[in-house]
Design a protein around this ligand. Structure first.
Ligand SMILES: Cc1cc2nc3c(=O)[nH]c(=O)nc-3n(C[C@H](O)[C@H](O)[C@H](O)COP(=O)(O)OP(=O)(O)OC[C@H]3O[C@@H](n4cnc5c(N)ncnc54)[C@H](O)[C@@H]3O)c2cc1C
Length: 450
């Protein structure tokens, strides 16, 4: 059934306070913040819709020795409420690993362990989440006077059946979308890094001669190391435009850009200053690699040179100009940025570790959001409380977690600020609900612009 063909709603369908679209770490943190709010404040009802069949955080990149890029103290709750039962420390305690973790001696757990923490927390909200259900549209429900007090959220399950939910607020936390260069189509032998662990087991043991990894960021370096270990007889080549990998800046002063207070400062800064800050501090997150991983890769490379058997090759200052799958091989044209010469590499596999883009809220909002206030680049204007500046007749709240880097800064798509951000969103939704309760029937408050 197409979304627009969904059955008309029964008048009795409950209007929830919140529907969360996506149930990754951001909306998981929101579920916790709502639950903790409900212990004291006006109760807010919520439901979450997640297209994966079960909870999963970048499963395709849960490489065994990969570590978090953020301190465990920036978990789902601690910066907002260190007394919460959902802290990483509570998780460790419940797994009987607190002492072992202390002895581990690092604030950066493995990604596998952090995933287990997230799953542990998500399991406690299982009854609030529709897994295996993808939100395909968000539509206004207009009253006779044109006001939109709530929205309809249409979700489609694996069988194609569409369910319609109603909510006074919708919180979009749909995460990142894998990015491939223009003209590249993924296939059996051409992957994006986010599919690594889903697809690699099919290749391991089949004796591939060569694998190529495109990119020079954290994922690219991790994929290179992984393939080099998992395919012990395979030549593994890195293709990137830089001279070498650049280290991620996680020094103390630079790290402050991820602090909750930095969001306030960024939000109020003039646009030119925002652009400059994003530029200055891009090397805390984008196209950079954890220095320990750079050292480890370099040592592997050097040891191979000493041993006289080089499997790890670095085609630096190059770019891929063409890629084509031919049977079960891939032909890759790699151009030297130094002299323009082109080498055609015949390989069994190409992994594009070419990053991600924030998912676009307009894709779900469709015509609903067309008339809303935009910046010069056509992006939705977002208030400090992460609420989209909707048209005046829209009283329902549309909140964004993730695609707010242009307004709220570099932590928007990361984990650093999920605890505080979701607390702010809950406070905003709760304040609007209290306002609404105070209004005589038929006279709702218009949302104040901030
Ligand atoms: C490999 C990798 C490692 C990373 N490591 C770190 C790190 O160490 N530290 C850090 O701060 N950041 C890290 N990041 C950045 C990452 O963005 C955050 O860790 C985190 O995933 C953000 O959480 P989220 O819930 O906003 O988005 P996501 O985790 O992407 O979750 C979004 C969810 O929404 C679901 N969804 C999307 N569209 C729909 C729809 N229409 N209907 C229903 N469900 C939908 C998706 O299935 C997904 O489960 C990493 C990113 C990657 C790719």
């Amino acid at each position: 059934m197409s979304p627009s063909a969904s059955a008309p709603l029964e008048p009795s369908v409950e209007v929830l306070d919140v529907i969360g679209v996506g149930f990754g770490p951001s909306n998981l943190a929101l579920a916790i913040a709502l639950a903790e709010h409900n212990l004291g404040g006006r109760k807010l009802t919520a439901r979450f819709i997640e297209r994966q069949e079960r909870f999963g955080w970048h499963r395709g990149m849960l490489i065994e020795d990969a570590t978090m890029q953020v301190s465990f103290l920036k978990d789902l709750v601690t910066p907002r409420n260190p007394e919460s039962p959902f802290t990483f420390l509570s998780y460790l305690h419940s797994r009987d690993r607190l002492s072992d973790f202390i002895n581990y001696g690092s604030v950066y757990p493995s990604r596998l362990e952090f995933h287990d923490y997230l799953e542990w927390a998500a399991a406690k909200f299982a009854d609030q989440v529709d897994y295996g259900s993808e939100v395909v549209a968000i539509r206004p429900v207009r009253r006779a006077d044109g006001l939109v007090e709530h929205v309809e959220i249409q979700a489609r399950d694996a069988l194609g059946d569409v369910t319609t939910h109603r909510a006074r607020n919708v919180v979009l936390a749909t995460g990142l979308t894998p990015h491939l260069p223009a003209g590249v189509t993924p296939g059996e032998r051409i992957w994006h890094s986010h599919d690594l662990l889903r697809l690699a087991p099919k290749l391991i043991g089949t004796g591939p001669e060569r694998a190529v990894v495109v990119g020079a960021g954290q994922s690219a370096a991790e994929v290179l190391g992984y393939l080099h270990t998992a395919l012990p007889d395979t030549e593994v080549c890195a293709v990137f435009a830089r001279y070498g990998y650049s280290p991620a800046d996680d020094s103390s002063f630079a790290n402050r850009i991820f602090d909750p207070v930095a969001v306030d400062e960024f939000y109020t800064a003039p646009d030119a200053v925002k652009a400059r800050l994003l530029d200055y501090h891009a090397n805390t997150n984008y196209s950079v690699v954890d220095p320990e991983l750079i050292d480890a890769l370099y040592r592997r490379h050097y040891h191979e040179r000493v041993a006289g058997r080089e499997r790890l090759r670095f085609l630096n200052m190059t770019r891929v100009t063409e890629v084509a799958q031919v049977g079960d091989r891939v032909e890759l044209a790699v151009e030297s940025l130094v002299d323009g010469s082109v080498e055609v590499i015949n390989t069994d596999l190409v992994v594009y570790a070419t990053g991600y883009r924030s998912s676009d809220p307009d894709a779900l909002l469709g015509d609903f959001g067309v008339s809303w206030d935009r910046d010069a680049a056509g992006r939705l204007r977002i208030r400090r409380d992460y609420r989209v500046a909707t048209a005046p007749e829209v009283l329902a709240g549309v909140y964004l977690q993730g695609p707010t880097e242009h307004t709220h800064g570099i932590s928007s798509s990361l984990l650093s600020n999920v605890a505080v951000r979701t607390g702010e969103i809950v406070a905003s939704i709760s304040a609007a609900a209290v306002d609404q309760d105070r209004q005589p029937v038929g006279r709702p408050t218009a949302p104040a612009a901030r």
